[in-house]
Design a protein around this ligand. Structure first.
Ligand code: SAH
Length: 346
């Protein structure tokens, strides 16, 4: 039976304090419970050992803790870990732990499925079922932080919103989750270590700039030519590159934070000189760097990674104009944990 009780973690600390005052208890009780929920990650009211039995019963009668559960954890030969995360209503999303010699990065999901229709991405085949709540995003990060401590003997160092979903189509909840992740009442992580990746929703990029967010922005560009981009990312028709450019200029003006462009090079799609020239030009608009991502095949071979020669041509064209380029090798391919492969296949 579906519970009608409210998810206690949807309450702010103030609301929780108010609840206790209205129940004839002290406001301070709200602080204690809040700490259990967020700092100590309590999964049940029973675990709240310094709270009296009567109070725990009161909480039990009024609220639920909609905690995520890691249903299945897969470990890649390269150390990457993929969690299949079960939500309270049975939906599953995936998150990934990516270790390097010096860092552990969490790649988290923001939606069940995705609102967008990128043709090369496995998640796009699952239609968007719902947005994740702030605590569901936060819990994914905590789960990966714990795994990082357990398997790599160090805390999580970075977070990327590059899992399932389009974060800017669930902006409010993503922002609330990041507030919690960066707050001393949550994980106390620096926002500089968090990157939100978007396929480029101009209006929302401007909103983020207005909100003076302190995290970093990555844009999945993949082509700087409208006709090409619309073919592989059909929503580009609604949000053309000129609008994206304008939003990114606005972002940089307000935040002074350099943008990362994610870019996959495919054979026969964006492997020509004019594609390279267009990217070089686009890079001149706003301070940026380019991450060339290796393509992870998702099915029928419609898309294929371009040859190393083409990748080299991109690199030398960009570098000769002074732009920073990184080539990102895929991680966790053997467990379908690499970019664009998250599709609940487990
Ligand atoms: N919706 C957001 C975040 C999720 S995708 C966005 O579009 O940015 C994370 C990154 O993986 C994006 O850059 C996306 O374009 C890329 N990606 C998607 N499918 C891929 C695939 N099959 N191989 C490599 N990268 C892929």
């Amino acid at each position: 039976m579906k519970s009608t009780k409210k998810d206690i973690r949807a309450l702010t600390k103030e609301q929780l304090r108010k609840f206790f005052v209205e129940s004839g208890d002290k406001a301070f009780r709200g602080n204690q419970v809040y700490e259990w929920l967020w700092n100590k990650g309590a999964h049940s009211f029973e675990n709240m050992t310094n709270i009296s039995k009567t109070t725990r019963k009161l909480l039990e009668d009024n609220f639920v803790i909609n905690h995520i559960r890691v249903d299945q954890m897969q470990r890649s030969t390269d150390g990457t870990i993929k969690n299949a995360v079960r939500l309270h209503d049975g939906f599953i999303v995936e998150s990934v732990l990516i270790p390097t010699p010096t860092r552990t990065t969490a790649c988290v999901s923001s939606q069940v499925g995705c609102s967008l229709d990128c043709r090369f991405c496995a998640t796009a085949r699952l239609k968007r079922m719902r947005n994740l709540n702030p605590d569901e995003i936060y819990d994914q990060v905590v789960a990966i932080d714990n795994e990082s401590r357990l398997y790599h003997n160090r805390p999580l160092s970075n977070i990327v919103f590059m899992g399932m979903g389009e974060p800017l189509m669930n902006y409010n909840n993503v922002l609330k989750a990041i507030d919690k992740i960066t707050s001393s009442e949550g994980l106390g992580m620096s926002p500089k270590r968090i990157t939100v990746s978007t396929s480029g929703v101009p209006k929302m990029i401007k909103k983020m700039a207005d909100d003076e967010v302190k995290f970093k922005l990555a844009v999945s560009l993949h082509s700087a030519i409208d006709e090409v981009r619309t073919k592989i990312m059909p929503f580009n028709d609604k949000f053309p590159l000129s609008d994206l450019r304008e939003a990114l200029e606005y972002w940089y003006e307000k935040t002074k934070s350099r943008i990362t462009y994610e870019y996959v090079i495919w054979e026969g799609i964006n492997d020509k000189k004019e594609d390279i020239d267009a990217l070089v030009k686009f890079c001149s608009y706003v301070p940026c760097k380019v991450n060339l991502i290796e393509y992870n095949p998702i099915d029928d071979g419609e898309f294929q990674q371009a040859s190393n020669q083409v990748v080299e041509n991109y690199i030398s064209a960009l570098e000769s104009r002074g732009f920073v380029v990184n080539v990102r090798r895929s991680r966790g391919k053997d467990i379908d944990a690499a970019c664009g492969q998250l599709a609940n296949k487990a």
